[in-house]
Write a protein that binds this ligand. Structure first.
Ligand code: ADP
Ligand code: MG
Length: 285
């Protein structure tokens, strides 16, 4: 047998990271936001991006999305350099909500996810077979996020949790391998936080998409998490919640004493002196 015949004909795709960040740094306004970031994300992994306000969590997602250039290092997405408009990443930006007077129907919001990207044109201009596939795709993702019951109502009338489900559905219509969600649980009450977190976990299991979820409070997503990416003071710590959200690691990251407590129900409570940085907010819930 030749060497060439011994080689596997297909490289197992599961072995390839969907995201590979190597020695990455970002500078904005002449300031280094973070540096020396290394991260490998496997297909289907569920990662939470945590850290105080202004630490660079949104910047990390934007760098992976190719929206912000790196000052050092590299980011590869599915083996290619990070690039803007990559349909392999479904993105829900931070703090998007609709005012009560927005009359656009939920299903139309979801359909917008097909505009641009690989589809190029809004739905009415698609060829009939493409339009049928597109409609089917929209229905599928609405089912997947459990939004069927209210998808015909104006989005402005819907609750924050319902709006968030529809925005996640919008990000799913291109069948992304990676879902990048920037604080999707922000401003939801606890019940809705758990509901939306459950939907995201379900999506990740059904579609195999890797999830990068920026969160303010780790607790509602703790059952879903594989690893956390903790961003603070220009540094990033990556590992399981048990490895990263510890008194020792967070105190090192912040450069100031931080105490991590475990409540009897398993909830993680982070207590710190840097309240202005938002360190202690975990304890407010
Ligand atoms: P987070 O999402 O963790 O709250 P961000 O990633 O939004 O933080 O921002 C990280 C830091 O970068 C903040 O200090 C923010 O003020 C700064 N920043 C964000 N965008 C710009 C920009 N375009 N120019 C200069 N600084 C910026
Ligand atoms: Mg942010």
């Amino acid at each position: 047998m030749t060497e060439h015949m011994d080689a596997p004909s297909v490289v197992a795709p599961a072995a390839e990271p969907v995201i590979q960040v190597t020695g990455a740094a970002v500078q904005l306004g002449g300031r280094t936001i973070w540096q020396d970031v290394a991260l490998r994300v496997a297909p289907g992994e569920f990662l939470a991006i945590l850290g105080p306000n202004g630490a660079g969590k949104s910047t990390l997602l934007k760098a992976i999305l190719g929206l912000i250039p790196l000052a050092a290092g590299s980011i590869r997405v599915l083996g290619q350099p990070a690039r803007r408009g990559n349909p392999a990443i479904g993105y829900v930006p931070q703090r998007r909500h609709f005012d009560a007077d927005v009359r656009v129907r939920g299903s139309d919001i979801v359909r917008l996810g097909l505009d641009g990207g690989q589809w190029g044109l809004p739905l009415p201009f698609l060829q009939p077979d493409k339009a049928r596939v597109a409609r089917q795709r929209v229905t599928e993702v609405i089912d997947l996020v459990g939004a069927s019951a209210y998808v015909d109502r104006p989005i402005g009338e819907l609750s924050g949790g319902e709006q968030q489900r529809l925005l996640i559905a919008q990000a799913l219509v291109t069948q992304p391998r990676i879902l990048a969600l920037d604080e999707p649980l922000d401003s939801l009450d606890l019940r809705n936080q758990q509901g939306v977190a459950g939907v995201i976990r379900h999506i990740s299991r059904v579609t195999g998409a890797a999830v990068l979820l920026v969160a303010h409070d780790v607790n509602p997503i703790l059952p879903a998490l594989d690893r956390v990416v903790y961003v603070a003071h220009g540094q990033v710590a990556v590992g399981t919640p048990e490895e990263v959200i510890t008194t020792e690691t967070l105190s090192r990251l912040y450069g100031t004493p931080i105490e991590v407590l475990r409540a009897r129900d398993g909830r993680i409570i982070v207590v710190g002196q840097s309240a202005e940085e938002g360190v202690s907010y975990h304890a407010h819930h």
